[in-house]
Design a protein around this ligand. Structure first.
Ligand code: C2E
Ligand code: CA
Ligand code: CA
Length: 685
């Protein structure tokens, strides 16, 4: 218990106090023993000397009194005894004859010694203790011719020796105390020399912790252990500072990238206009505002005429330039409060709120068509395009944003069929059948049964071995009249109409059959990636479709990979998490498609068992010249690897892109540089 308490107190004490306590204890013990030895030694010396001198005096007096005893000269004897008056310690002396009778005696006249201020103290000590017996006696025989003729009896008083010893003790204590005071002063000063650097070190440490400032250093002049400690501390701070700065830099880079990715989630890179994602949100809100404020709101659906020709003849780069110029021309004729968004390849949507006079809309629409009818000069060539615009009014035509969009789209289609470069207001007479989308939809319904759909496969390459490690299944539709229709056109329609469900079922089954064909042709280590849209994964038969296809084809699930976009994962994510986990349980891999174009938040990836992340080709196109794209791709790869997720780059078209991607530790590649999507027969022998 006592030991525990001492330990507790000792823990609270500063090092300086501990040092002082230890050293002072040693000094006190040393002084105590030294003083005790000195006092005891002095006592013994004095005592021996005193005894000897009394014995000598007794002998001399005894010899001198022999004659007085022989001649019975009592007066002479007393005279001799009086010699003891010079010996203050002799209290009394008596001579006895050989019959034992008192012959002569001497008694010291008691007078207190004014010089001995300790007399009273000694006496009180003597009185209270038996140890200090202040008297003793000596018998000395008086001899004549070797025969004792009497005895000299001397009573000695020891008070003086004790007083001397006491004086000695007092001086010793004073000297010891003086030594103690000097020692403590010295100790205090010396211990400060030791503890000062330690204190500085602890103060510095608190400052570092408090201010989070790792640039501070301790000044070190000593080479002892504290010097070594200070140097080690400085080195540690330097190390932390470097790491801290690197981390800060990485963090700011990451924040910049995330900010950029966030922007990309809502903005179209080519035109810098808000994208489809942003548009849907704006449209929903604009419709709500129009209804609650009893105001009219108008949606213009604008599709460029002849854009495809520009893209096909002059290339995508020129196409992008045209889109940029077209969008800035449109922004120029619109009011500041109007929203313009790019919602598709060459499709723009314009939201105009608080419309009082519908004729104003015709004016704006005409201006848009006019401005786009002016020639475009791109890379030294002149291009003429135009625009067809469909108009739908809320709440006159409809009060839902979805219908407003369908209406405007139908009106636009009507404007196009009426000879392009004009506009058309939606009216209820416009039959859905007039919409080209309706046409596609109705054709799509029969596409599966008419064997018009086919899966093409695009190889995926491992960056280390340059070997094929997978194939992405991409749907192709060969229309009996229109030829090949791009999945970019028919997949959104299939999603909107629900046709994606039978289409998806067909896709899963075909992919499983084809995967078995890859195995049969001798390819063993591979995955077939299939694109699954949000509607499909939320469908209650989705998991069953997969298990049915797996069991009917006998395919090992490890060969199957599902590609999901970020927006699919984010929407309704509880249900999606369940489905994704069920797929994972089956042994099917999950890849995130088009990463960087959706929400692009790395944090949500942690909630999903994702094994692969596909960087959208929009970022790869800019490599290696665009610093911004390089920074984004670098950050995405670093962050994915941090989460143990492999990264594949999509849309790799050139060697310099491959070189940079390899340098950035990208794990896999997919793109025209290696192979375009091709029918399965082109891939197996
Ligand atoms: P995605 O999933 O991003 O597919 C990659 C697209 O990039 C494919 O276009 C592919 O042909 C194209 N591509 C590949 N390498 C390169 C390259 O080096 N340069 C360029 N410029 N493009 C490259 P595709 O086949 O036209 O597919 C377009 C989109 O349609 C796909 O984008 C996907 O979102 C969707 N899709 C295709 N097949 C299916 C499907 O079976 N189901 C679903 N739900 N969606 C599909
Ligand atoms: Ca894909
Ligand atoms: Ca993709």
């Amino acid at each position: 218990m006592a030991l525990n308490k001492t330990n507790k107190i000792s823990k609270k004490l500063s090092i300086q106090n501990k040092l002082i306590i230890i050293n002072m204890s040693v000094v006190i013990i040393t002084l105590f023993f030294a003083s005790t030895i000195a006092v005891v030694g002095e006592y013994r010396n004095q005592h021996d000397f005193f005894l000897k001198s009394i014995q000598i005096q007794a002998k001399i007096i005894a010899n001198n009194t022999t004659a007085t005893l022989v001649f019975k000269d009592k007066t002479g004897a007393e005279k001799i005894l009086e010699a003891f008056t010079v010996s203050p310690d002799i209290h009394s002396a008596t001579i006895y004859d050989d019959f034992g009778k008192v012959f002569a005696s001497y008694i010291k006249q008691e007078k207190t010694n004014p010089n001995n201020k300790y007399d009273n103290i000694i006496k009180s000590i003597q009185g209270s203790s038996n140890i200090f017996n202040n008297q003793f006696h000596i018998n000395e025989s008086i001899i004549l011719e070797d025969e004792p003729i009497g005895t000299l009896y001397i009573q000695v008083d020891t008070s003086r020796i004790y007083a001397d010893i006491f004086n000695y003790l007092v001086y010793t204590v004073i000297i010891a105390l003086t030594c103690l005071i000097f020692a403590s002063l010295l100790l205090f000063k010396l211990s400060k020399n030791i503890t000062r650097p330690l204190l500085r070190l602890t103060e510095l440490m608190s400052t570092v912790i408090k201010n989070d400032d790792y640039t501070i250093r301790i000044e070190n002049h000593s080479e002892d252990e504290i010097g070594v400690l200070s140097e080690g501390f400085n080195k540690m701070l330097a190390y932390i500072q470097v790491n801290d700065e690197r981390l800060e830099h990485e963090l700011s880079e990451r924040n910049k990238t995330e900010e950029h990715l966030d922007k990309l989630a809502y903005f179209d890179v080519t035109t810098n206009l808000p994208n489809r994602h942003f548009f849907h949100k704006q449209l929903d809100q604009a419709v709500k505002r129009a209804i609650s404020s009893n105001q009219k709101m108008v949606l213009l659906f604008l599709d460029l005429d002849n854009f495809k020709t520009v893209n096909d003849t002059a290339g995508h780069k020129t196409g992008d330039l045209l889109l940029k110029q077209a969008s800035s021309r449109l922004t120029g004729v619109l009011r500041q409060n109007d929203y313009i968004c790019r919602i598709g390849g060459d499709e723009f949507a314009i939201i105009i709120e608080n419309v009082n006079d519908i004729s104003d809309i015709s004016t704006v629409t005409k201006k848009c068509i006019e401005i786009l009818s002016n020639p475009f000069e791109l890379d030294g060539n002149i291009f003429f395009i135009g625009a067809s615009i469909g108009i739908s009014i809320c709440p006159d035509d409809t009060s839902t944003s979805n219908d407003l969009l369908i209406n405007a789209d139908m009106a636009m289609y009507e404007a196009k069929t009426n000879g392009k470069n004009n506009y058309q207001y939606y009216n209820h007479g416009m039959n859905l059948k007039h919409s080209h989308k309706f046409q596609i939809e109705s054709d799509l319904r029969h596409a599966i049964s008419m064997n018009q759909l086919e899966l093409y496969y695009q190889p995926q390459i491992d960056s280390n071995s340059d070997q094929i490690i997978g194939f992405e299944a991409l749907m192709r539709w060969t229309h009996h009249e229109n030829g090949i229709i791009s999945p970019d056109v028919f997949i959104p329609i299939a999603e909107k109409t629900g046709l994606i469900l039978p289409l998806g079922k067909w896709l899963i089954e075909t992919a499983c059959i084809d995967a078995n064909q890859f195995i049969d042709s001798g390819i063993t280590d591979f995955t077939v990636s299939i694109n699954i849209s949000g509607i499909q994964i939320r469908d209650k038969s989705f998991i069953k479709n997969i298990t049915d296809s797996l069991s009917s084809t006998g395919l090992d699930p490890r060969h199957l990979e599902i590609e999901l976009t970020e927006s699919t994962l984010m929407d309704d994510s509880d249900l999606v998490i369940k489905k994704v986990n069920a797929l994972k349980k089956l042994g099917i891999k999950i890849a995130i498609d088009d990463f960087g174009t959706g929400f692009s938040s790395m944090s949500y990836l942690k909630s999903f068992p994702v094994s692969k992340l596909k960087i959208d080709k929009g970022f790869i196109t800019g490599l290696p010249n665009s610093n911004e794209d390089t920074a984004i791709v670098r950050a995405i790869i670093a962050m994915s690897h941090g989460l143990n997720i492999n990264v594949i780059a999509e849309g790799v078209e050139r060697q310099d892109q491959v070189d940079l991607l390899k340098e950035l530790s990208c794990d896999m590649f997919q793109g025209y540089y290696y192979a375009k999507p091709v029918p399965i027969k082109d891939l197996i022998k």
